[in-house]
Design a protein around this ligand. Structure first.
Ligand code: GDG
Length: 496
């Protein structure tokens, strides 16, 4: 097992751990390599937090079998972890993306359970915990992120009881009836309970977690506090049943901290004349349709891309809209391309796009402008500005930052957000047009209503949405999480 090369003296008072680093290693055509910021929800959310603090970010470089020394990237100290090709298969593609991801997203796709994937998950989590333990200064704050690393909090507490440990779950936490399928359900709960604060996107996720704790461990939960009996100072999470009279306990906070975006940064970009010109250009290039609808997602089965295409295709087939008037732009950024389910999904989506375009596009007007690649952020903002209707039709989504980015961009108070009630963002963005993506007729009606919505109604809704997104930005999210984490430092109690 490769050691991370960290100088003896290198230790930090604030450490973030996530599966992926905030940077990707890219090989240029001339064979030289460099690091560039990686896209994705987590990075987008945490970058500003890290830049404002003295700390390090521990994560995988994205390429198997390679060791890299820690380095500075744009003000962030980056500590790369090594994963072997087999670990990438078992831990990342396997247990994380083919067991936990589908299980935590309401089994939209069937989860696969393999014991050797689990074993690698334990080993890799241990290695992340070892590295964090080595580079954290005494009493440091460590913030662990996401479902790939749920065992790290307990492992880290055993190694370094002096640390304050936070965990944030970016994806949903499923209801107990679904969660209980997991053969390693108790180990995961124990792993998470090693944290002082466990953050979720929605209240429902925090409640699902507390219920799993009650069912599997018998601990008392008094929202948002969970009492973990201290059988032995560092191993309390192994205990079973409620705290007994006279017994000491550690308190763990499990509550919702809805994640957000750097709203001001999106608005600044949107106000840039070059980006506005680009938005106009996009409309022109699409043949000046009356309505541009937009979808932006990782190509993932949780995002409901197929449901959206079905609704749009049926509206064209019914003759209720035409390609001259309404165009759909779909950005589907490549994701998890080595996992079977994702390969099938791509085939299925691209077949549908091809059929709809084949049936309805004309020489001058395409039906769906489909893009299976990522774009620079400037281009994304231009797309948001150009889009009259934004379609977020996730079947299940922790939060969905795209919905918030669209709102932050629309400083002109225009544009309609159609938002799935199964995305965490629906808890906050109540003035969006909330839809059930499984109800195709309902989705079709919502699309028609969005297209026909008078300007005054669009503006009123957008103004209300903007207030929410601007008030609750990513800075507030991290400040609030870290405030609660700081207050939780060493929280203990004794049962009377
Ligand atoms: C997970 C949870 C939760 C996408 N394509 C491009 C691009 N993106 C950016 C978007 C957005 C981010 O990636 C995607 O974030 P989401 O929240 O929509 O979804 P996940 O990737 O599934 O994120 C999710 C999130 O974590 C945070 O907690 O909200 O529920 O599943 O920022 O703009 N960015 C650029 N080019 C692209 O082509 N530049």
């Amino acid at each position: 097992m490769a050691e991370v090369q960290v100088a003896e003296h290198e230790s930090y008072p604030f450490v973030v751990i996530s599966n992926r680093l905030p940077v990707d290693r890219v090989i240029k055509p001339d064979g030289s390599a460099s690091w560039r910021p990686s896209p994705g929800g987590l990075v987008t959310a945490l970058e500003p937090v890290m830049r404002a603090r003295v700390g390090a970010w521990v994560g995988w470089s994205g390429q198997p079998d390679l060791d890299f020394a820690p380095f500075d990237s744009d003000g962030i100290r980056v500590v790369p972890m090594r994963l072997s090709a087999l670990e990438v298969q078992n831990f990342y593609e396997g247990f994380s993306n083919d067991t936990l991801w589908p299980l935590y997203h309401d089994v939209i796709a069937p989860p696969t359970y393999h014991r050797d994937w689990w074993e690698t998950y334990v080993e890799v989590n241990q290695r992340f915990a070892d590295t964090a333990a080595r580079i954290s200064s005494p009493g440091a704050v460590v913030w662990v992120h996401d479902y790939q690393l749920q065992l790290v909090p307990k492992m880290l507490r055993l190694l370094r009881p002096d640390l304050t440990i936070g965990f944030f779950n970016h994806i949903p936490f499923p209801p107990y009836g679904i969660y209980s399928q997991l053969p390693w359900r108790t180990q995961i709960i124990e792993g998470l309970l090693g944290a002082d604060v466990i953050g979720f996107q929605r209240l429902a996720d925090a409640n699902n977690f507390s219920r799993a704790v009650r069912r599997l461990k018998g601990f008392v939960t008094k929202n948002p506090i969970i009492e973990v009996p201290l059988v032995d100072e560092s191993e309390g999470v192994r205990a079973q049943g409620p705290v007994r009279r006279g017994q000491e306990f550690r308190t763990v906070v499990a509550k919702q901290f809805p994640i957000s975006i750097d709203a001001a940064a999106y608005e600044t970009l949107a106000r840039t004349p070059a980006i506005q010109a680009r938005a106009r250009q996009i409309r022109e290039d699409l043949g000046n349709p009356q309505t541009i609808m937009l979808g932006v997602d990782r190509l993932d089965y949780t995002k409901g891309i197929g449901h959206r295409l079905k609704a749009y295709g049926e509206l064209l087939a019914d003759g209720r809209i035409s390609v001259e008037d309404v165009t759909l732009v779909q950005v589907a950024s490549p994701s998890r391309e080595r996992v079977q389910t994702y390969m099938h999904l791509r085939d299925e989506i691209e077949l549908t796009v091809g059929r709809i375009n084949g049936d309805f596009a004309t020489i001058s007007h395409t039906a769906i402008s489909y893009h299976h690649h990522g774009y620079p952020r400037d281009e994304m903002v231009a797309l948001y500005l150009a889009a009259d209707v934004m379609l977020v039709t996730a079947l299940r989504d922790g939060m969905n930052l795209v919905a918030k980015e669209y709102v932050a961009t629309r400083f002109d108070d225009d544009g309609v957000l159609i938002l799935s009630e199964f995305a965490g963002a629906a808890d906050e963005l109540k003035r969006a047009m909330l839809i059930n993506p499984h109800d195709i007729d309902g989705l079709k009606d919502a699309i028609l209503a969005a297209i026909a919505m008078p300007k005054r109604d669009r503006a009123a809704r957008m103004r209300a949405l903007r207030r929410r997104v601007i008030e609750n930005d990513v800075d507030k999210w991290s400040t609030e999480f870290l405030r609660v984490l700081n207050n939780s430092r060493g929280a203990r109690g004794r049962k009377d």
